[in-house]
Design a protein around this ligand. Sequence first.
Ligand SMILES: Nc1nc2c(ncn2[C@@H]2O[C@H](COP(=O)(O)OP(=O)(O)OP(=O)(O)O)[C@@H](O)[C@H]2O)c(=O)[nH]1
Ligand SMILES: [Mg+2]
Length: 255
Amino acid sequence: MKLCFVVPVYNHGSTLEDVVKSLLVFNCPVIVVDDGNGEPDKTLIKKCAELHKEVILVSYEKNKGKGSAVFAAVRRAHKEGFTHIFQVDSDGQHDIAKCREFIELSEKNPDAIICGYPEYDESVPAARKNGREFSNGWARVVSWRPDIKDVLCGFRLYPVKPFIRVLNFTPYINHRMGFDAEILVRMLWINTGLVNAGVHVTYPKDGVSNFKMVRDNVAISCTFARLCAGMIIRSPLLLVRLFIRKLFLTGKRNH
Ligand SMILES: Nc1nc2c(ncn2[C@@H]2O[C@H](COP(=O)(O)OP(=O)(O)OP(=O)(O)O)[C@@H](O)[C@H]2O)c(=O)[nH]1
Ligand SMILES: [Mg+2]
């Protein structure tokens, strides 16, 4: 397993340095994507990259969205021979110490996505917590995977090969906030494994969010409408897989 971290940054220059520093404990390179940030974030990101030789900086002039940033980083990771990428948000909301458990899970399940689900404290805004259940429900429907726990959490360890396969064979993938849900569903469609793992998430009082309630929820709804069409085409295959998985689980329980 050859692992690197991927950290997309937009408007989170001030929290990046702490996130990167805590990731360096794991002795892996960190691909940071500056996605068309303005000042002062741009300077803070540059400083962080200059300070830590483990940081590989990818920079864009114009903002293209979180999905675009992660896609660029995955292609770069693939080119450099990494087999796995660990995508961590740059806003410092996630408990980085959990990376160790995720990496161990990935070593045991190298072909699976280790998919973070949030364990909130009382700082979470109710709208953010309840809003994501809509996406989670739809993702379970379109992927025929009732075991999905969360599709929006920015803390996930992916195997690179199936990720690249999806990128190469999919004409369009949502490249903004719908990306987290769409890439997960599409990777499950090509039979990538799934392991859920919890991560503590906190919302600091002065935290910056790029999530726009109306704009992003409309975009996510459109993404699921497209995925619904894809699900209908694949439904015979998904039905067979669901059946096999159920048989396998029943067999396991009887032993
Ligand atoms: N590269 C890039 N990164 C982005 C963009 N928008 C958000 N991000 C990054 O994606 C991660 C998640 O963005 P957030 O603004 O925290 O969105 P969120 O976590 O869905 O929303 P909250 O639950 O409110 O925190 C952070 O690391 C951001 O810096 C973007 O347009 N481009
Ligand atoms: Mg966030």
